[in-house]
Design a protein around this ligand. Structure first.
Ligand code: DQA
Length: 149
């Protein structure tokens, strides 16, 4: 099983970007512990980060037949991007949306996720651990589909 982890704009700055909101862990550290959990589950993970909406859309367009599922933190595009939602909808594999911060507890403009409706589910507010939990949930979901349940 192969899972793609997609991270949107400014997440490359984690560790020094508003650590009171997003924590002190870098994106590389979060991806490493998610990959370690994947390895324990017998699952390969690949991480992709871009600050560019078009690059995120293009990468999602290459998922079918390559990956079994996607974990995505669309970051600021969560609240604005119909193009990204359409790309999630079209990518042909199940996606789980992750947010480090609890978007429901922040500014009103963050309460709406344009992208979440195209996803299997959403995890928000648990920091980097959200990615690990998303991986566990996605792997279980894909496994249950493969068994036909
Ligand atoms: C975020 C929440 C978004 O509102 C914000 O624009 C981000 C990060 C999160 O992981 O908490 O860049 O997606």
């Amino acid at each position: 099983m192969k899972i793609l982890i997609v991270n949107g704009p400014n997440l490359n700055l984690l560790g020094r970007r508003e650590p009171d909101v997003y924590g002190a862990e870098t994106l590389d550290a979060i991806m490493a512990r998610t990959a370690a959990r994947g390895a324990a589950l017998g699952v390969e993970t690949e991480a992709f980060q871009s600050n560019d909406e078009g690059a995120l859309v293009t990468r999602l367009g290459t998922c079918a037949g390559v990956y079994d599922g996607v974990i995505i933190n669309p970051a600021g595009y969560t609240h604005t991007s119909v193009a990204l939602r359409d790309a999630i909808q079209a990518c042909g594999v199940p996606c789980v949306e992750v947010h480090l911060s609890n978007i429901a507890a922040r500014e009103a403009f963050r309460h709406t996720s344009v992208t979440a409706g195209a996803c299997l589910g959403q995890i928000s507010g648990l920091g980097g651990t959200g990615y690990v939990l998303a991986l566990e949930g996605l792997v279980e979901y894909i496994g249950s589909k493969e068994k036909g349940s």
